[in-house]
Design a protein. Structure first.
Length: 601
């Protein structure tokens, strides 16, 4: 049948329906189906014969004597009645859907903030009591929100699955991706392997999400870790040939040269593509924290730690010391504990100890505990040096922390710090203490200054020794971060000609000054700069540290504490995925899925 014939047929059926409507006033359309207004039955086929037969066999006797005006009035009344019925059902569905959506939103907030699943019942109780005071007519609506512990548990499971499904959908568009891996034990001594994913698309959109948390009940060898990583990649649909780099904290089972995880990943990639090169990075924050061991300040740290423990570990001593500070109207109200796993704690403890040195000495003498180091000028000079150098390292550590930082940005901070070390070392040698405020306050001798200058030089050398993995890709990172000042001769051969074109384009040079790196490289035409874009994607997708893993472990310790030690690995994984994700759950899809589930039951 031709298109014109089909159109004529549709027009004829439309006219027929209008005629029947005018004649009988008994039929309407509901969701594409013809329905009788009197009995509510569906007419199978939309044709004049079917409508006429239905009317004559079931309703003609009742309505045959009505005038046209009476027919119209009757039809209007029947239609209004049907619309009223439909409105009631619509309102019921809308109210139920709103309650379901609210339960999903509250469950999402509970998981985001690592609260117990039973908190939903408390939240509901608060809402109902508030509604009774503010809007009593709405109290029933709040009472109908499902927020029992089991319901919140199911909601959290559904939200986590939805987020993982959305991540799987985004993974398909990744040109390259990198992984950040770290492993730690929870309160039940289960080894939890965190795998974070950072992917980049063709238009330079970055996605940074938790790929998986894999509980490991047995051993945690390189083989075990590789099996878990491989399973995670298979589940998400990640392809090995798109893997650009892997960042770890440097522990042996991850970085072992023969059987470590990285060696197995390198072998896997080489097996698939011998020309593919992976970038392996040892967490830059972890390396920076390890460098301070070369300073050999244990004789200072041990005395400070012992003294602080004497004050803080005993309740009576602590109360009396705090009272002493209050009486003397001290700027600080207490001393700090030092915890090795907290990156910034040592510098803060030493700084607070130096500020309160007089009060600490007075209190210890009052308690009959002598600290001869507080009267030793050499030790006090070492303390002031330790305060200044740890403050500098804390400042660097703070710059390296944060989510979404690029590897080249973090390496730039480290290089700047190394240059500062050399500069301050030279200043100490010439008796210039402008950048060592605490040491300047103490006025050290020439021997002290010479020794501290050597210690800063040793710290600089330790930084140079440790950051070899970054030096291997320093040229490529500079090519991406500073393409207009990068030497063409030192650039990789596949981008040299493109780099010349880039540096010769004044418009691109102006755009580079005002745009972010992601915006700049996404604006480059792929037909003109394919290799430059490819290099940029590989460098921008790298993790510079495992900061995001450490941050998530903090959430894990808070979530699965000794008070919630029975939390299953599946639910812990769901909570961590929700609390770390930047993806917004598809609440509309979750509500519709719940509707289908309720209907099936």
């Amino acid at each position: 049948m031709s298109a014109h014939a089909k159109k004529r047929k549709v027009d004829a059926e439309s006219r027929t329906f209008k005629q029947i409507w005018t004649t009988n006033f008994l039929f309407t359309e509901v969701k594409g189906k013809t329905v009788c207004l009197v009995c509510g039955e569906h007419v199978a086929v939309f044709k004049e014969y079917n409508l006429k037969r239905h009317y004559e066999t079931k309703h003609a006797e009742k309505y045959k004597n009505l005038t046209d005006a009476e027919r119209a009035r009757t039809s209007t009344d029947l239609l209004a009645k049907l619309e009223k019925q439909q409105g009631c059902f619509t309102k019921l569905h809308a109210a139920r859907d709103a309650a379901t959506r609210t339960s999903f939103v509250i469950a999402h907030k509970i998981a985001q903030n690592s609260k117990p699943f039973s908190e939903g019942e408390f939240v509901k109780e608060c809402m109902v009591e508030s509604a009774a005071l503010l809007c009593p007519e709405k109290k029933e609506a709040f009472e109908n929100i499902p927020l029992s512990r089991r319901t919140v548990t199911r909601r959290v499971e559904d939200i986590a699955e939805n987020l993982e499904f959305q991540l799987q959908s985004e993974v398909v568009s990744f040109d390259f991706f990198s992984l950040a891996l770290d492993e730690s034990c929870d309160v039940r001594d289960t080894a939890q392997l965190l795998i974070f994913l950072r992917g980049i698309t063709r238009d330079f959109k970055l996605t940074e999400e938790l790929a998986a948390m894999r509980p490991m009940k047995g051993t945690t060898t390189g083989s075990d870790l590789f099996a878990e990583v491989n399973a995670c990649m298979d589940k998400l649909g990640l392809e090995w040939d798109r893997l650009a780099g892997v960042t770890t904290d440097g522990c042996p089972n991850l970085t072992g040269k023969n059987v470590g995880l990285l060696k197995r990943m390198h072998d896997k990639v080489s097996e698939l593509n011998a020309e593919q090169k992976l970038v392996f990075i040892h967490c830059i924050i972890h390396q920076q924290a390890l460098c301070k061991s070369v300073l050999k300040l244990s004789h200072v740290v041990d005395v400070v730690t012992t003294t602080v423990n004497f004050i803080r570990a005993r309740a009576l001593n602590h109360r009396q010391f705090v009272s002493l500070l209050e009486e003397q109207e001290s700027e600080h109200g207490d001393v700090r504990y030092h915890t090795a796993v907290r990156w910034l704690s040592l510098g803060k403890v030493l700084k607070r100890f130096w500020v309160l040195k007089s009060e600490i000495k007075e209190f210890c003498e009052m308690k009959g505990k002598t600290i001869p180091e507080l009267s030793d000028k050499d030790w006090m000079a070492d303390l002031t040096f330790a305060v200044d150098v740890t403050s500098m390292m804390n400042e660097l550590n703070t710059q390296l922390q944060g989510k979404g930082l690029f590897a080249h940005e973090m390496h730039s901070h480290v290089k700047a710090f190394m240059t500062k070390l050399q500069f301050i070392s030279r200043q100490l040698g010439s008796n210039n203490l402008e950048h060592m405020k605490t040491l300047k306050e103490f006025k050290p001798s020439a021997d002290h200054r010479h020794r501290y200058s050597s210690m800063l030089g040793a710290l600089h050398d330790e930084f140079s020794r440790r950051f070899q993995d970054f030096k291997k890709v320093e040229g490529e990172m500079q090519l991406v971060s500073s393409p207009f000042t990068c030497s063409v001769d030192s650039a990789p051969t596949d981008v040299q000609l493109e780099l010349i074109d880039l540096q010769s384009d004044s418009l691109l040079k102006e755009h580079f000054k005002s745009a972010s790196l992601l915006e700049f490289y996404s604006a480059l035409k792929e037909e003109n700069f394919p290799n430059m874009r490819r290099h940029a994607q590989k460098m921008l997708v790298l993790f510079g540290s495992t900061y995001i893993c450490e941050q998530t472990f903090s959430v894990m310790k808070f979530t699965k504490s000794r008070y919630r030690s029975s939390l299953t690995d599946e639910h812990l994984s769901a909570v961590l995925r929700i609390s770390t994700s930047d993806i917004q759950p598809d609440f509309d899809g979750l509500v519709k899925a719940q509707q289908r589930l309720d209907f099936s039951h």
